[in-house]
Ligand binder design. Structure first.
Ligand SMILES: *Cc1c(COP(=O)(O)O)cnc(C)c1O
Length: 379
């Protein structure tokens, strides 16, 4: 069984991403109890491959899997890695770092929030000043790629700052991992995280934290705030038994195994180059239709473009969305409170030809719904 006649949709939303047929098919396996050795071997392979993607040494770094969407990793990292008497520092410059602040607040943990503009690079001197004035900061948390806007944050510099002041560095790489090359040593990362439906182009339901073993082991004595989402407990169970603490998403695990094989077949650099070619095609399409973005291109990740709604009385996102959706292309609403935007993302098993075809459809959608081309903007 290696093919099925399944419609290929081009997902331009920020995950789940378009998958290959071989990854879809990898889910169709004989029923198996996840306690079997055969399944444990798959888990073991996946855990080491996930560390290898970010160039970690397996003696120093490990991958801890969770059954859940990407937010489960944010939750587990934020609530598990704070020692008694320590504070969390979150750099908040977008909707995903806002989510991180919400999580820390939800657990009632001490939070220092460094709020920064969502459409500019953060001011490192502000972050340094906060670190200098607060010697009790346990970890610094930053979103690598703010998926709401497409902003790429300077994790290497912020990780170095965190380490200079004796704090761990946690970064949410959910929408950059296995797309933008990441090296845990060069990028000063103690913990990063991702979800199988994004960078590796697998299925939803499997997410992972990749981080330093010695810190996880030390966190054994930190106060516990969650039973299901505790990093040490999940790690410890894997180490002792080779199994996930509770029932894993079996089929998503098999899909991830196949997706990782395809990741290495394509190659780290070639994959990143493909994502960049896709974004180049997205930018060219936008320019042709006169569409404007929320962010300067020089601070964009190369993976998400947030397009401002045209100031055109005929503009109707739902209508444009539906026209494209019926033709196999999914576009996605934005995540910026102050500006109406929609997003086009360069994730998944797609290429620049798909984007060119998409822009033909988008142009038709504009004509069909009466939106003026080139797009009208008042400012
Ligand atoms: C997708 C994403 C997440 C996780 O979102 P889920 O909906 O829980 O999968 C977390 N952080 C970032 C930056 C993301 O892009």
């Amino acid at each position: 069984m290696n093919s099925m006649n399944i419609k290929r949709n081009i997902l331009l939303n920020p995950g789940p991403a378009t998958t290959t047929d071989t990854v879809k098919m990898a889910q169709v396996v004989p029923d198996i109890c996840p306690r079997e050795k055969e399944f444990q071997n798959v888990i073991k392979l996946i855990r080491s491959e996930l560390v290898r993607i970010v160039h970690g040494d397996l003696d120093e770094y490990t991958a801890v899997l969770f059954c859940g969407s990407g937010t489960i990793c944010m939750d587990a990292a934020l609530n598990s890695l704070l020692d008694e008497g320590k504070k969390a520092l979150v750099i908040n410059n977008g909707s995903y770092s806002q989510r991180a602040c919400d999580i820390v607040n939800y657990y009632g943990l001490p939070l220092i929030e460094v709020k920064q503009s969502i459409d500019r690079l953060p001011d490192l001197s502000v972050i340094e000043k906060v670190l200098k004035n607060n010697p009790d900061i346990g970890y610094v948390y930053m979103t690598h790629h703010e998926t709401g806007t497409g902003l790429l944050n300077p994790i290497r510099e912020v990780g170095a700052l965190a380490h200079n002041y004796g704090a761990f560095f946690i970064t949410d790489t959910t929408s950059s991992y296995a797309m933008i090359p990441i090296n845990v040593y060069e990028d000063n990362i103690d913990f990063c995280m991702a979800s199988a439906q994004k960078g590796i182009m697998g299925m939803t339901g499997l997410s992972y934290i990749i981080g330093k073993r010695n810190i996880i082991e030390e966190s054994r004595k930190y106060p516990k705030h969650s039973y299901y989402c505790n990093l040490y407990m999940q790690y410890d169970f894997f180490e002792k038994s080779g199994e996930m603490h509770f029932t894993p998403p079996v089929q998503a695990v098999y899909a991830a195994k196949q997706a990782l094989t395809e990741y290495w077949d394509e190659g780290e650099d070639a994959k990143w180059e493909r994502h960049q070619r896709i974004m180049k095609a997205i930018h060219a399409g936008e320019d042709e239709l006169g569409l404007k973005e929320a962010l300067d291109r020089n601070i964009q990740s190369g993976l998400v473009s947030a397009i401002r709604y045209p100031d055109d009385p005929k503009w109707d996102f739902e209508k444009v969305h539906d026209y494209c959706y019926e033709r196999g292309f999914t576009i996605y609403p934005g995540k910026i409170d102050t500006k109406k935007t929609f997003r086009l993302c360069a994730l998944g098993a797609i290429n620049e030809q798909d984007i060119m075809k998409f822009f033909i459809t988008l142009k038709e959608a504009f004509q069909e719904t009466g939106v003026t081309v080139p797009a009208i903007y008042k400012e």
